[in-house]
Design a binder for this molecule. Structure first.
Ligand code: SF4
Length: 338
């Protein structure tokens, strides 16, 4: 597979009230042409910070990239100037956020909001930009696009607004679309429609997607590959099947176990006990150790290496060491089981 974006040893720090919060700690990640890579993890795991660093949105105070590279098209985005990033944002890499209402300007007609990027990045005149805006509204499934292009955000339902946000993000045919919890603010039936739309658009346009989510149901619907983040680090990566059916990391097992199941004998959701680590004083060993039922002495003191499991799967866990006891994933991990 051909690489489109490569993140090497990325570190992002936030300086808040005298504390140095190391939100992203040595992340390595690749995105291939045309794929959907999901980055999953709990709040505070570093997944949104990583995605925003790609867009150059973190280096504003109090956040800063303190190390590493984000390589795209021969350029290091982690050290690009604001001027360079302005050329890339929206044109090469676009982002859609969780809440479509805050992503749209309530005082501006949606047609005008779509046309802005087209006029700025594609040098289209007003007439052509309007025609393209109508085309984009049609692509994202808005009925009567030639009329609705003249309407304001409040005249659209939540799901329709998210379609408009996707149309804006796609306006300049970006190579990469970053979707940060794109369906979290929507109800379940609309969520499914938006996921269908994103899948459909990817087929039509070939845009690579980075999907940021805590929801493994969304991942199962959309992703080809998955990176699991915890405590500012990637703890496991693999194909969708490897993560869902052959995961080797106890944190991934915990996430899978906490997925709601249709045929479960109990209506209780399993949660991972404990809380994420304090990243203003990150642990020197495995960040999951205080919550891990399999933790050993070595886990507290030393960070495990990122070990190759297959050509496409890597896991950072001491259980993969030949001297570690053999441990089977809990039954609750089996997707579709109880
Ligand atoms: Fe658990 Fe140790 Fe593996 Fe961390 S390294 S996930 S503490 S077994």
């Amino acid at each position: 597979m051909e690489k489109l974006l490569e993140i090497q040893n990325l570190n992002v720090q936030f300086d808040i009230f005298g504390a140095h919060v190391q939100a992203v700690r040595g992340v390595d990640l690749e995105l291939n042409i045309g794929e959907t890579l999901a980055i999953v993890g709990e709040s505070g795991s570093g997944k949104s910070v990583t995605s925003k660093a790609i867009m150059g949105l973190n280096p504003m105070p109090p956040g800063k990239v303190t190390g590493g590279k984000i390589l795209y098209n021969g350029q290091d985005l982690a050290h690009a100037s604001d001027k360079q990033m302005q050329k890339i944002r929206g044109k090469e890499i676009s982002m859609i956020f969780q809440d479509p209402m805050t992503a749209l300007n309530p005082t501006m007609k949606i047609g005008k909001q779509i046309m802005e990027g087209l006029i700025k990045h594609q040098n289209l005149n007003k007439h052509d930009a309007r025609a393209r805006a109508i085309e984009l509204l049609s692509l994202v499934g808005i009925p009567n696009p030639d009329k609705r292009v003249e309407e304001y955000p409040h005249q659209f339902s939540g799901g329709m607004r998210q379609r408009v946000v996707i149309a804006i993000a796609l306006a300049c045919n970006p190579k990469i679309l970053i979707a940060d919890e794109p369906t979290t603010a929507l109800d379940v039936t609309i969520q499914a429609q938006i996921l269908d739309l994103m899948r459909d658009i990817q087929k039509k346009t070939g845009t690579a997607i980075i999907l940021i989510t805590h929801d493994l149901g969304v991942v199962a619907n959309l992703a080809n590959r998955v990176a699991v983040m915890y405590g500012g680090k990637i703890v496991e990566t693999g194909t969708l099947d490897e993560i869902f059916y052959h995961s080797k990391h106890p944190y991934t097992w915990g996430l899978l176990s906490s997925m709601p199941r249709l045929h479960a004998k109990t209506d209780k959701l399993l949660a991972i006990p404990g809380t994420p680590p304090d990243l203003s004083d990150p642990p020197k060993g495995c960040p999951f150790a205080p919550r891990c039922p399999y933790a050993m002495k070595v886990c507290q003191d030393h960070m495990p290496d990122y070990t190759k499991v297959t050509d496409t799967q890597k896991t950072a866990c001491w259980l993969l060491d030949s001297r570690a006891p053999k441990v089977e994933p809990p039954k609750t991990v089996v997707v579709g089981g109880n």
